[in-house]
Design a protein around this ligand. Sequence first.
Ligand code: FAD
Length: 362
Amino acid sequence: MERNGDVPEHFFNTYYYHRYKSRAFLLVLQKHYSSRQLLLSLVLVLLLSRSVISNDDEQREQTCNNDGNSDGTCFIDPPLDAKYAGESKSYFPSNYFLPVPVRAIRQETHDTKILTFGLPKSRTLGIPISSAILMSVPPPTSTTTKSKAMMRPYNPIHIEQQGSFELLIKIYPDGIAGQYVDSLQVGDMVNFKQTKTNIKKPPLQYPFPKGVSQITMLAGGTGIAPMYQALVPLLKQNQNQHDQEIRLLYGNKTPHDILLKKELDELAKIYPNRFTVTYIVGDDAHDTRQYANSMYDVVTGWIDSEKIQQLGFPPTTGNSSIVWVCGVDAMYTSLAGSRMKSLTEDSILYKLGYRDETVWRS
Ligand SMILES: Cc1cc2nc3c(=O)[nH]c(=O)nc-3n(C[C@H](O)[C@H](O)[C@H](O)COP(=O)(O)OP(=O)(O)OC[C@H]3O[C@@H](n4cnc5c(N)ncnc54)[C@H](O)[C@@H]3O)c2cc1C
């Protein structure tokens, strides 16, 4: 059946319709202008579009400045149609990668590095707290087959300062990002962006609900990164607003794997009434190795029911006490049943009296 008497139905198919339209347009042009005139106009249009593009490039060149950075780094402004994922304007758009320079690299533990990235001097990272950014990981240069760049999310730490931000990255020897990050040198440029999926939704979005007065953080390994990102503003900026108390149980394999220990101890020292940290170390749940020469004060084993009862906050009827879990798969499985699905009845946290609305997982 035809929808229009003059045009057969298949012309409504976009492809045919546009072909039909372009041919009709050409016929009209040919009727009024000679082929020479048409060719000349085409060349003119091409030249004009080239000059618009090169003007645009010049403009991008001009906006590439070092913004007071003494090392002369060129920070490229985002394209005019850049979009942003959060309400606050992050330095990194959601639809383009922007390059920033590696400013410093320090070895945090035997397999984890902290990389400082430069930003224009007057800029903070501007990401919502409780969010990650996406690093573009180029294909290894050694590869013979054509492969595409990959992306990996990281939760920046120390996001509040102007002119820089830091990432804490564990280097897996066989990891794609791990190998790339391990090869980075000071001065190298690295591309980042931030999409909507990198930003946690409420209630796991800072500032946390006011009704939440006690937070038990259960972190494992690099799972400390999102928690540390929130800890600093939670403790520093909210001193008089709502005095949320935090107890952190931080699990690692050995004392030498503990990340950000200096920073966490410092926070515990400054805010003794609001923040405590207990380091829990063990290769397995029943590991009782003693670290006689260790400078660290640790509890051995894994984060389990007994330790949460002893060292965390108990659940409350009014949901004012919540548990925030971030770590390895085994942690989510034993503590909550899984990372994404509802709390299972056989999980440690359910048995302790916590429910879906009082267990945040990131
Ligand atoms: C929201 C979010 C935030 C994150 N933030 C951080 C962060 O701040 N710092 C950080 O270091 N990582 C973080 N990660 C993990 C990070 O994105 C990468 O998955 C990690 O760096 C490994 O990437 P890769 O390419 O080196 O390893 P891949 O090439 O993806 O994996 C290679 C091998 O590495 C090992 N491996 C990879 N991931 C894990 C793991 N989680 N546990 C155990 N073994 C593993 C496995 O042996 C695996 O076979 C975050 C992940 C998410 C989803």
